[in-house]
Ligand binder design. Sequence first.
Ligand code: PPS
Length: 301
Amino acid sequence: MGFRPPSEKFVNFEVRPDDAYLITFPKSGTTWMKEILSLIRNGGDVDALKGTSIDMSIPQLELVVTDFPGKDKVSEMLDITPDISLTSMESPRLLCTHLDYTSLPTQLQGNKKAKIIYLARNPKDVAVSTYYFEKLLAQQKLIKSGKTYDCFSDYVVDFVNDLANSWGAYSGMHWHDHAMEFWRRRHDENVLFLKYEDMHKDIRSTISAIATFLDVVLEEKSLDAIVANTSFEASKKNLRTLRAKYCKYRLGVDPETQSPFVRKGKVGGWKEHFTVADNEMFDAKYQEWMKDSELEFDFEL
Ligand code: PPS
């Protein structure tokens, strides 16, 4: 079951041929990649981003081009200017979304010009990361369905059965369908399919590949600056990636110690959360999902 498009305004959103869209399932490394993309586009100028909002650099389509109740409040906490207009954004625009392929604006589906960077992450670590995010939302009574979880084992059952992710817009979206829709299109010339685990393995090559894809020529020293300023340690101190205001005012947590946007940042953290039974259940589902696919993930490094 796919996510229902939020509004006519969203479905009919006008896509420009020189747009680039970062598309991810939630908790797949979006924020990390947004900072990398922002720096690639500005030639690695770290100082120019200081004091600015990551969500203004790369607005999230579904948060901007919709009229969902409470939108203004969420936008304010993400430091999105209330009157942001994507139509007056200068080209080439960088935009992002968590929505699945079939929920994208019509002009982006089948579009061979606007670029798409799809970032996927192994679903066991995604499940853990979404679990911690849901816990914070639940503490603030922000889970739409009202359903909360006492332990990860309860949560993971809902995750694999498509019943988790109950925060607002994304309920009903499934990790497997999300990734597969873009994996199938990975050879399209306007699609770059990346994995979170490969960023861990070789961030420098990943950044270079993205720059080439975006037709940006990066000097070595710019590349060095991007690598250094998007490391996990740097992200932990960066108010843009911590999304400090959102942490403080929406989630009620200290961004520097508890931001869910820069939490553990590991590959294989799931091993500290899955019981043997959880893992067997997950593996059985995973094999079902992936049986006709060549898509593979590193579950540990
Ligand atoms: S969201 O809410 O969907 O936008 O979250 P998202 O940004 O996609 O994912 C958050 C996870 O990404 C990890 N992260 C990083 N990993 C490695 N290096 C860096 N620099 C980095 N920045 C963020 C973050 O810790 C979340 O993963 P977990 O497993 O929860 O730690």
